[in-house]
Design a protein around this ligand. Structure first.
Ligand SMILES: [Zn+2]
Ligand SMILES: [Zn+2]
Ligand SMILES: [Zn+2]
Length: 357
C-alpha cells in the first residue's frame, strides 16, 4: 500500500466523521455547516423556521458531497495511480449520485417557498384553514425569541419547549408538536455511574412525544434528570411515566444509588447473636443496616479511624449523611472523600461502610 493514500484516507475519514457528528472541538473551531454558511442561513433567533429550512437543506447537501470530496482528494494524493478499476468507478458513480439526489430533493423542498419541506408540512398540519403554514412559522419564530423558553441538549439533538410548542432540532430534521395535543411519556432512564473520572453522576431520561394527531410523527427527546423539573414547569400537561422508570432529580438522589451499589460489594459485618438491631436513628422507619468497620487500610494506616458504635443507621440515611458532608460543587471528589461517623466522629470512607448480616 502506498502511504499517502492510507494517510489521506484515514485523515479524510476522521474529518468526515467529525464534520457529520461535530464533536465539541469542531464546534469550538466553527467547523459546522451552520457556521460555514451562516451568511446564507441567517440567524436562528431572528427567524427560527426559515433558518432551519435552509440549514437542514444545506447540511444534507454538504454531507452528501463528502464521498466526492474523498474521490477528488484521492486523485490529488495519489496522482500517479489510475482510477479505472470497477470498484473506483462504482465509487465515483455513488459520489456523484448522492449530491445529485440531494440537489433534486432540496429543489423539490424549496418549490413554493419551501412548502414541501418536511418541517413546513408538519406546520401545515397546525395551520388554520384560512392561513397557511407560514402563519404557524411566524408564531414559532416569535416564541423562539422569548427568553423564558426551555432549551437543552447537545447540538445534534436540541430540545426546545416554548409555551405552545415542543421541538427537537437534529442534524437533518426539526420535529415539532403542539403542547396542547401531545402526550409525553418517560420511557427510559439510564444512569451513568459517578466515578472518579467522570465529574457528575448523570441520569439520562428518554421522553416520547406523541401527538394526538396521527399525521404528526412521534419523536423522542433526551435530557438530564436534573432538568426534568424545569421541563415539567414549562409543560401544561403532566408527563406520564412508564412503570419501571425511576427519576432522580437531584445530585443527592443520584449519589444514593451509587453509594448503595458500592457498599454492596464491601465485606458484610456479622452482628453478635446477643445484639439486636434497633430502628435506624435517622429515619426511625427501618432497622439499622450498616456498621462502620475500617477495611480500607491497615488499622494504623491512613486517615480513616475505627468506629466503635453499634449499628445505628440504615443504608439510605448513611448515604444521605455521607452526601450531606460533601461539597456540592465538586461531585468528582465525593467518592474518594472521608466523613466523620455521625455519632462518634471517627472518620470513614465508602470502603468502610459494611452491611450487617
Ligand atoms: Zn434510616
Ligand atoms: Zn461511630
Ligand atoms: Zn476508610
Amino acid at each position: 500500500m502506498d502511504s499517502p493514500e492510507v494517510t489521506f484516507t484515514l485523515a479524510y475519514l476522521v474529518f468526515a466523521v467529525c464534520f457529520v457528528f461535530t464533536p465539541n472541538e469542531f464546534h469550538a473551531a466553527g467547523l459546522t455547516v451552520q457556521n460555514l454558511l451562516s451568511g446564507w442561513l441567517g440567524s436562528e433567533d431572528a427567524a427560527f423556521v426559515p433558518f432551519h429550512l435552509r440549514r437542514t437543506a444545506a447540511t444534507l447537501l454538504c454531507h452528501s458531497l463528502l464521498p466526492l470530496g474523498y474521490y477528488v482528494g484521492m486523485c490529488l494524493a495519489a496522482s500517479e495511480k489510475r482510477f479505472h478499476s470497477p470498484a473506483w468507478r462504482l465509487f465515483l458513480l455513488l459520489a456523484v449520485t448522492l449530491p445529485s439526489v440531494a440537489c433534486i430533493l432540496i429543489y423539490y423542498w424549496s418549490r413554493g417557498r419551501w412548502a414541501r419541506h418536511p418541517l413546513a408540512r408538519t406546520l401545515a398540519l397546525y395551520a388554520l384553514p384560512q392561513s397557511g403554514w407560514q402563519a404557524v412559522a411566524s408564531s414559532i419564530n416569535t416564541e423562539f425569541r422569548r427568553i423564558d423558553k426551555f432549551a437543552t441538549g447537545a447540538p445534534g439533538a436540541r430540545v426546545i419547549v416554548t409555551d405552545v410548542w415542543v421541538m427537537k432540532v437534529t442534524t437533518y430534521r426539526v420535529h415539532v408538536a403542539q403542547q396542547q395535543d401531545v402526550h409525553l411519556t418517560v420511557t427510559e432512564s439510564r444512569q451513568h455511574e459517578l466515578s472518579p473520572d467522570s465529574n457528575l453522576p448523570v441520569q439520562l431520561l428518554t421522553i416520547r412525544v406523541a401527538s394526538a394527531n396521527p399525521a404528526v410523527q412521534a419523536f423522542d427527546i433526551r435530557l438530564n434528570s436534573t432538568e426534568y423539573g424545569e421541563l415539567c414547569e414549562k409543560l401544561r400537561a403532566p408527563i406520564r411515566r412508564a412503570a419501571h422508570v425511576v427519576i432522580h432529580q437531584s445530585l443527592g438522589d443520584l449519589f444514593l444509588e451509587t453509594f448503595a451499589s458500592l457498599v454492596e460489594v464491601n465485606p458484610a459485618y456479622s452482628v453478635p447473636s446477643s445484639q439486636e438491631l434497633e430502628a435506624c436513628i435517622g429515619c426511625m422507619q427501618t432497622r439499622a443496616s450498616v456498621k462502620l468497620v475500617k477495611t480500607c487500610q491497615e488499622a494504623a494506616a491512613g486517615e480513616c479511624q475505627q468506629c466503635y458504635c453499634r449499628p445505628m443507621w440504615c443504608l439510605t440515611c448513611m448515604g444521605k449523611w455521607f452526601a450531606s458532608r460533601q461539597d456540592p460543587l465538586r461531585p468528582d471528589t465525593w467518592l474518594a472523600s472521608r466523613v466523620p461517623c455521625p455519632t462518634c466522629r471517627a472518620r470513614f470512607c465508602i470502603l468502610d461502610v459494611c452491611t450487617v448480616r
